[in-house]
Design a protein around this ligand. Structure first.
Ligand code: BG6
Length: 475
């Protein structure tokens, strides 16, 4: 099938997100042949009055950094990208943009494709989406809009944003990125769960004692204090990234891998989540957080949170899901820990050795391993805990694991919405967290200080133990 020409318009092209994430992802796709030069053009749009050369220097510097691909490809890639300076509230500028895209599309037989990537602060989404809708719609082929979190700050503001965007574009045209859905191990969740007889019969309340989904970073707000202080760790990580992971861990088997079937099942998980209890929440702030000049001196914004969620359905009733995220901790790591119950009638005194656990490590160095009890090799009959370890670096040495953004942008071009957040998922996730956020903001839950480089407040480890988590060696 002849593919038609594709225009990728990056709004906010001179900003940080575009430089660090969007353009590098596009570059990697280009290097792998997914954006053939005869078919694709990139249009950077922003307010800054840059000449094309400056723009190329700005994004090009970052592309060569990875060293993954030969430098001459950077030059070729930059030849595909052009820069347009314009305001976000000015019809004329958007008409000019439309004209430049139309000129590129002119004379092509197949219906052209237009992908608008909003690498912009969410406050201007409605304005810019309105401008695109009014001035830049593709008359012959599809128009798609990619947006990034934060999608609102709570249920009300998120719904307002959804209404505004929904009045301009259909759900099929909107691609809400949650980059955790583009991570290799997250994409493996459905395969692991539903293609392995090992897991299928065990993945339920009869066998699983608790689930932890943990995100840790070993750096603080890192120059993003202004943004972060307004949002906090629950909005920044838990309400979106960790909730998406939770849905994939907990959902029923979808009828198929079609985006709607998968997202329908995720929605059912979200609908079954019970109100969060204050006694099952620990929040903290790292010492020194307020030293950041962009953070208020009295800020009570949590930089750490551990929250127990309960899913009220037949599969999960009684199983705590502990979602934990923190900045300025001891390490950078994201993982899912599924801890199994003790074996009944244990004759090996396994309890001393710890429980079976299945761990999926999202980063760093993707891995999956199972903690299991085996005989300690040697003359004595004693049990010890060991691991069945699938470490991606070792097992898939020749495979380059794609960056999340790379994969997701490719999906937007292909029109596959499976790994994007549907409006109802977003709404339900805000329904879960908004009451808790209100209580935190009203000062009803104490913010516990913790040292930078620590595990976070010790109360969080205590909470996990209270929920039945049995800590074993190595965690
Ligand atoms: C972003 C958050 O969504 O995810 C950041 O806004 C966080 O605060 C980042 O650092 C983490 O992403 P990753 O892919 O490095 O785990």
């Amino acid at each position: 099938v002849a593919e038609s020409c594709l225009s990728i318009i990056i709004l906010g092209a001179s900003g940080d997100l575009a430089k660090k994430k969007t353009f590098p992802a596009l570059f990697h796709l280009y290097c792998q042949g997914f954006l053939p030069s005869h078919q694709v053009k990139l249009f950077g749009y922003a307010r800054s009055k840059l000449i094309e050369e400056d723009f190329h220097r700005r994004i090009g510097g970052h592309l060569a950094d990875s060293g993954k691909y030969p430098a001459d490809l950077v030059t070729k890639f930059l030849e595909l990208s052009t820069y347009i300076s314009g305001a976000y509230d000015d019809d004329d500028s958007f008409r000019k943009l439309d004209k430049i895209i139309s000129d590129y599309e002119a004379g092509k037989d197949e219906p052209p494709r237009r992908l608008f990537y909003l690498a912009l602060p969410p406050s201007v989404y409605p304005l810019v989406a309105g401008m695109i809708h009014k001035n830049c719609m593709n008359k012959r082929g599809w128009t798609r809009i990619v947006i990034e979190k934060p999608f609102g700050k709570d249920l009300k503001s998120s719904e307002e944003l959804s209404d505004q965007l929904g009045s301009l574009f259909s759900e099929e045209q909107l691609y809400r990125i949650d980059h955790y859905l583009g991570k290799e191990i997250v994409q493996n969740l459905l395969v692991m769960r539903f293609a392995n007889r090992f897991f299928v019969p065990l993945w339920n309340r009869d066998n699983i004692a608790n689930v932890q989904i943990v995100f840790r970073e070993n750096f603080g707000t890192d120059g993003r204090g202004g943004y972060f202080d307004e949002y906090g760790i629950i909005r920044d990580i838990i309400q979106n990234h960790l909730m998406q992971v939770l849905c994939l861990v907990a959902m029923e088997k979808p009828l198929s891998l079609s985006p709607e079937h998968v997202r329908d099942e995720k929605v059912k998980v979200l609908q079954a989540i019970q109100p969060i209890q204050d006694s099952e929440v620990v929040i903290g702030q790292y010492e020194g957080y307020r030293d950041d000049p962009t953070v208020s001196d009295e800020s009570l914004t949590p930089t750490f949170a551990s929250v127990v969620l309960r899913i009220h359905n037949e599969r999960w009733d009684g199983v705590p899901f502990i979602l934990k995220a923190g900045k300025a901790l001891d390490t950078r790591k994201a993982e899912i820990r599924v801890q199994f119950k003790d074996v009944p009638g244990d004759i090996f005194k396994c309890k001393k050795q710890g429980r079976n656990e299945f761990v999926m490590r999202l980063q760093p160095s993707e891995a999956m391993y199972m903690k299991l009890t085996v005989k300690q090799p040697g003359l004595e009959m004693s049990a010890t805990q060991s691991e069945l370890d699938l470490s991606y670096r070792q097992r898939y040495q020749d495979v380059v694991i794609p960056e999340a953004y790379e994969r997701l942008i490719l999906d937007t071009i292909r029109g596959d919405q499976q790994h994007f957040v549907r409006r109802d998922e977003l709404q339900l996730s805000w329904e879960v967290f908004t009451p808790l956020l209100e209580r935190i903001e009203a000062g009803k839950i104490p913010v516990i200080p913790y040292k930078q480089g620590s595990r976070g407040p010790p109360e969080a480890d205590k909470l996990a133990v209270e929920q039945g988590y049995v800590r074993t060696h190595g965690y």
